[in-house]
Ligand binder design. Structure first.
Ligand SMILES: *Cc1c(COP(=O)(O)O)cnc(C)c1O
Length: 397
């Protein structure tokens, strides 16, 4: 059994805060502060340009890719770190459409995170080859997979409700119909047991600042199934993904395998934080994380439903088809969340009316769940959210 008391001690949680927003931005791993500081002074400061070789900055994206790969069931050498998730979505989709040239439909669902849909729309417009993004309800995805679909582009866990897609089943259905499957693991990596190889995914992408706790703006990752790694054409053909970046050839030649998914200079400072953050997963079983997160979320649902009859559960009740987060709807959701935050319970709000709470067993336990449910009941029971200051919309919700 994973020792969650040990993992909890690895994170800095501010005094008086119950942090239920690790699904948006994981907290600071204490070791990351020192690692980044060391990177700045001992590596950048002392080594200067030599750090690319002597401190291993150049090979770091792939090494970190392999570390993440172990958390998502990827084969060795099939994951690359870099850029942002939106960019990795673009890369994966561009490669998939190239690998399936006879098809024109990109299938996604209305529960997908908008950036994934926007990137698909942008790519389709740039390609100008008559592709079409088809967006159906999450429950309608399976039936919409037919012989016209080039690729399915789905996020395993719905960012708003936590509803979970069956990755293995939908991938099998896509393959049977001659389509490729791209999975966004933004709300899965570090939250659930993921097995991209076992599910036979063609591509997968994700970010590292949510459940992987690597900090704001931390780099993303991309998985390419080994069967495609030598043939996938990188649409973002930057010099770092070239077969010989330092030959400075005038023409692009894709690097071998996953190397071609690099684009430009990697964010070395941010990678130091990611490396330290990944240390927290040593000795952690994702099966334990999953089991515990379901237990905590179930408890929260039970306590909130008992204490706050005005709130409507927006997430699946059955933990086995829900990711690591729970949402409730209320017309005044935004103000309720602001009031909660002033009381030290940090979750977030997703338009139009969802308040969202993430359950991350690495640093959250039953005491926090009970505390958060009690404070939420006080705020709703006493209408403590009903103040003008709680209705002021901030830039980031
Ligand atoms: C968080 C998230 C993003 C964010 O993309 P960035 O490029 O990192 O800003 C994209 N897609 C999904 C599914 C997400 O959950």
């Amino acid at each position: 059994m994973t020792d969650f008391a040990r993992t909890r001690a690895l994170f800095h949680i501010p005094e008086g805060v119950i942090y239920l927003d690790g699904n948006s931005l994981g907290p600071l791993p204490i070791a990351a502060a020192e690692r980044v500081s060391n990177m700045l002074t001992a590596e950048w400061g002392e080594l200067l340009i030599r750090g690319w070789n002597t401190a291993g900055w150049f090979v770091q994206p792939r090494k970190l890719g392999d570390r993440i790969g172990r958390l998502i069931g990827a084969e060795q050498g099939s994951v690359m770190v870099g850029d942002t998730l939106s960019i990795k979505v673009y890369q994966a989709l561009a490669s998939a459409l190239d690998l399936n040239p006879g098809r024109r439909i990109v299938l996604s669902d209305s529960g997908n995170f908008p950036s994934d849909l926007y990137m698909a729309q942008g790519l389709i417009a740039s390609l100008g080859r008559g592709h079409e993004l088809k967006i159906v309800a999450p429950e309608a995805v399976e039936d919409a997979i037919d012989g016209s679909v080039a690729a399915i582009l789905l996020t395993e866990v719905d960012y708003r409700t936590g509803r979970l897609h069956d990755m293995k089943r939908l991938t099998a259905k896509a393959h049977a119909a001659g389509a490729l499957a791209i999975w966004d693991l933004a709300h899965s990596a570090g939250a659930l047991e993921v097995d991209v190889a076992g599910a036979n995914a063609d591509f997968a992408v994700g970010c590292t600042y949510k459940y992987l706790n690597a900090g704001p703006g931390a780099p993303a990752f991309i998985y390419v199934a080994p069967r495609h790694a030598a043939t996938a054409r990188p649409a973002l053909s930057g010099w770092m993904g070239h077969a010989a970046p330092f030959a400075f050839d005038l023409d692009y030649r894709a690097g071998s395998g996953i190397e071609r998914m690099r684009v430009g200079t990697p964010p070395v400072i941010a990678m130091a934080a990611l490396d330290a953050a990944l240390d927290a997963w040593e000795g952690v079983s994702l099966a334990d994380v999953r089991q515990q997160s379901i237990r905590l979320a179930d408890l929260f649902v039970e306590l909130v439903e008992a204490g706050c009859p005005d709130l409507a559960l927006a997430s699946p009740r059955d933990g086995s088809v829900r990711g690591s987060q729970v949402s409730f709807r209320h017309p005044q959701g935004y103000a309720i969340m602001q009031a909660l935050i002033t009381r030290g319970v940090i979750g977030d709000f997703r338009a139009p009316d969802a308040i969202r709470f993430g359950f991350t067993p690495l640093y959250i336990g039953e005491a926090e769940v009970r505390g958060a449910a009690r404070i939420l009941a006080e705020i709703i029971g006493g209408r403590l959210w009903d103040e003008p200051r709680f209705r002021q919309k901030a830039l980031v919700t």
